[in-house]
Ligand binder design. Structure first.
Ligand code: SAM
Ligand code: DTB
Ligand code: SF4
Length: 330
């Protein structure tokens, strides 16, 4: 194939129709994974995996009613609410995450929106973590345009704000905010010059068409998310989705594969849910184009594989940490 055609085949598209995305989902499994793996190899070294680590810097008591979340004040999940952590404790946790192999440190707060009074403390955490040589990410709920600029100025590289599911299924999962609220915050994050981390959750009782709708919405954003996390629901007792039927493992792999095809240059994260996935399912996800994971034994409030387990998995698969931009010339 002429070089121009090779380049053109993965030109970012922002005009995907639902029918096109559903048609990808409907491909025979091996054909879909083969196509996704081919896209993956054109843009990334398939042996490389980016590693992020999460810390809940403010836990529980959240005013939103996201039906999947352990931290919503609307549900009795038995989680103990905690105040915003001191910046020094967050920086100490980031230091040990770095020692365990993390490349990006993601600070999560159970807030509906960031309050200006908390900005100085959050900014101190961000600049302290950045000074350790880690990439910084935060997920703090809705932001104003000015708050996004302030976080960028403090050294924030990524902001996580998920669309979670299709626009039409969203109101059945959360009713205290709208899809448009999410899109507004994402626009502020892009305008401030930060990278976006934006994805969703499968296994919330949604249909395949909803999964297609989520990926369509992500791909049709003005810019593809820089990081695209696909979470498999961690069912939390006491939440409305605590008894959800788990999504089939092959369907989860399909979701990763379609994300990779729609957003060829995004880092696609095999996010929450690895705790209940086999090594073989995770290997299929990597083959289908996932190239990022959360490491450390805990996500925000729920379990994640231990570091030694992941080291063994990656060694057995012949995979290694992704070369980061700031290391490329070293
Ligand atoms: N409060 C902020 C917000 O909602 O944007 C940040 C924290 S929130 C916990 C970040 C994301 O974690 C959610 O958007 C959702 O996609 C994911 N998440 C939360 N609970 C989850 C669960 N039980 N299983 C899988 N993913 C979950
Ligand atoms: C994302 O998409 N998943 C992460 C991160 N972004 C913030 C959060 C997963 C949370 C899983 C449930 C918990 O541990 O509370
Ligand atoms: Fe609050 Fe975020 Fe949990 Fe929703 S997902 S209840 S906004 S912490």
């Amino acid at each position: 194939m002429p070089i121009d055609d090779v380049a053109a085949q993965d030109r970012p598209r922002h005009d995907w129709t639902r029918a096109e995305v559903e048609a990808l989902f409907d491909l025979p499994f091996a054909e879909l994974v083969f196509q996704a793996a081919a896209v993956h190899r054109r843009h990334f070294d398939p042996a490389e995996v980016q590693m992020s680590q999460l810390l809940s810097v403010k836990t529980g008591g959240c005013a939103e009613n996201c039906g999947y979340c352990s931290q919503s004040a609307h549900f009795d999940t038995g989680l103990k609410a905690e105040k915003l952590m001191p910046a020094s404790d967050v920086i100490a946790a980031a230091m040990s995450a770095k020692a365990g192999g993390a490349q990006r440190f993601c600070m999560g707060a159970a807030w509906r929106d960031l309050k200006d009074r908390d900005l100085p403390k959050v900014a101190a955490m961000i600049s302290g973590v950045k000074a350790l040589g880690l990439e910084t990410c935060a997920t703090l709920g809705m932001l104003t345009a000015d708050q996004a600029k302030a976080l960028k100025a403090a050294g924030l590289d990524y902001y996580n704000h998920n669309l979670d599911t299709s626009p039409e299924y969203y109101p059945t999962v959360v009713s205290t905010r709208t899809y448009d609220d999410r899109l507004d915050t994402l626009a502020h994050v892009r305008a401030a010059g930060m990278s976006t981390c934006c994805g969703g959750i499968v296994g919330m009782g949604e249909t395949r068409s909803d999964r297609a709708g989520l990926l369509q919405a992500l791909a049709n954003l003005p810019e593809h998310p820089d990081s695209l996390p696909i979470n498999d629901l961690m069912p939390v007792v006491g939440t409305p989705l605590g008894n959800s039927q788990p999504v089939d493992g092959l369907e989860f792999v399909r979701t990763i594969a379609v994300a990779r095809i729609l957003c060829p240059r995004s880092i696609v994260r095999l996010s929450a849910g690895r705790e209940h996935m086999s090594r073989e399912q995770q290997a299929l996800c990597f083959l289908a184009g996932a190239n990022s994971i959360f490491i450390g034994g805990k996500l925000l409030t729920t379990a994640n594989p231990e570091v030694d387990e992941d080291q063994a998995l990656l060694a057995d698969l012949g995979m290694r940490p992704m070369t980061m931009a700031n290391e490329a010339t070293a």
